[in-house]
Design a protein around this ligand. Structure first.
Ligand code: HGY
Ligand code: MN
Ligand code: MN
Length: 399
């Protein structure tokens, strides 16, 4: 079996962190197609070449390091949230690199590596793997805009060394993605490894309410069409109306708000906000959509607002492949007997898209205090190495 080198793995992980290092703790600012992201992908391509893999940058900028012939595919993403941690995505990419490199040194089994582009959704939801899998047509993706109005088409054109063709998925026998948990369970329960059973589904859309911009001193409260108040009312109503529909694991988030013109002395005339919801049950996601649309219409109608909905993005809940899941579970039991658990993923991952094309499975390592999508994200290095060993063990069984 391939002999992984944990010092080399940790050194590479720390080197990748330097691209877009935020200066706050181990935080990273490396959104998709930023200078830091492109430089990191260039560095990664060099590492893949040094490992004996053939580099293929696909039309959207996902970077593959390909083994010759049929192989397992391992990886994740190397872009970050606007304020992100050093491990979200990066861990799965560098773990994949180390396992592939060790496999080449050992003469097999063949392992390919990928860093998908825009997993963190500057433009969509897991955009790079969604396009590769056909979950999101490229021409639709090209029309998506980020919060500053930049199109996906313009952003992906910035990525150098792109090839015209997408990678043929038929060469891969399966996909394994290692990731931090990004939640509190493993840390709280003192478990070293989570073997994922299923990934939740997600829906995400922008909603705009247009009222009337006016003077904050002279406009009577009665009769104002204040866009902030409309959002506030929507937010309160939606929580009430969800009550009989959601479960304790259902989540929804208004994470991005643009209030126009966003000034202290102006009654705001327009608000555009993101509405995102996640659940493991596709029917429930649908029922929530109906409530969201109806509530926005009620708020608009009662307050005299114009209402518009942006494109609806989403991914369905998916189960992990039993054979790959069992390989990870056996490897976890061999490595940390009694200190691992099966669990769902509340975060989205590229594995959801890849499952359309091949069997997929995932493993988690603990997130300290369950913090992620924040500069404070971290994991004990001993846990990172344990995860790498479990991943390599599963590859050894499957290869
Ligand atoms: O939002 C997510 O779950 C993922 O980290 N992009
Ligand atoms: Mn991630
Ligand atoms: Mn993330």
């Amino acid at each position: 079996m391939a002999q992984i080198n944990s010092e080399r793995f940790l050194a590479d992980l720390h080197e990748l962190r330097q691209f877009g290092a935020s200066g706050v703790g181990k935080g990273v600012v490396r959104p998709a197609y930023s200078e830091a992201d492109i430089a990191a992908r260039d560095w990664l391509a060099g590492k893949m070449r040094d490992a004996g893999l053939r580099v293929h940058v696909d039309p959207v900028g996902s970077v593959f390091g390909l083994a010759e012939g049929p192989s397992l595919l391992l990886g994740s993403h190397s872009d970050s949230q606007p304020e992100g941690g050093w491990l979200d995505g990066a861990l799965g990419v560098i773990a994949a690199l180390e396992v592939a490199r060790a496999s080449v040194e050992a003469g097999g089994p063949p392992v390919s590596v990928v860093s998908f582009q825009d997993e963190e959704g500057r433009f969509g939801v897991t955009t790079g793997s969604a396009v590769w899998s056909g979950n999101l047509p490229l021409d639709k993706a090209d029309g998506l805009t980020d919060r500053d109005g930049v199109t996906f088409a313009d952003a992906r054109a910035l990525m150098p060394h792109r090839e015209d063709a997408f990678v043929d998925p038929a060469q891969f026998s399966g996909f394994l993605e290692m990731h931090i948990e990004q939640g509190p369970v493993l840390d709280r329960e003192s478990d070293a490894i989570g073997v994922v059973e299923a990934i939740v589904g997600i829906r995400d859309m922008k909603i705009t309410l247009e009222g009337e911009q006016n003077h904050a001193g002279t406009t009577p409260m009665q009769g104002r069409r204040d866009a902030f108040q409309a959002l506030s009312r929507f937010n309160t109503l939606i929580a009430e109306r969800f009550q009989n529909v959601v479960t304790p694991s259902t989540v929804w988030t208004i994470g991005h708000v643009t209030l126009h013109p966003n000034a202290s002395s102006i009654v705001p005339g327009r608000v555009t906000f993101s509405m995102q919801w996640r659940d493991g049950d596709a029917d429930r996601l649908g029922r929530m959509e109906t409530i969201i649309r109806q509530t926005a219409e009620d708020v608009a109608h009662s307050g005299g607002f114009d209402l518009s909905f942006g494109p609806m993005l989403g991914l369905e809940p998916v189960d992990m492949d039993a054979r790959l899941h069992d390989a990870l579970a056996h490897s976890a039991e061999a490595e940390v007997s009694g200190r691992w658990r099966k669990m769902p993923s509340g975060a989205l991952h590229d594995a959801t898209n890849v499952s359309k094309m091949m069997p997929v499975a995932m493993l988690f390592v603990p997130s300290i205090n369950g913090i992620s999508h924040a500069f404070g994200e971290d994991t004990d290095e001993a846990d990172l190495v344990t995860g790498l060993r479990v991943l390599a063990g599963a590859v050894g069984q499957l290869g």
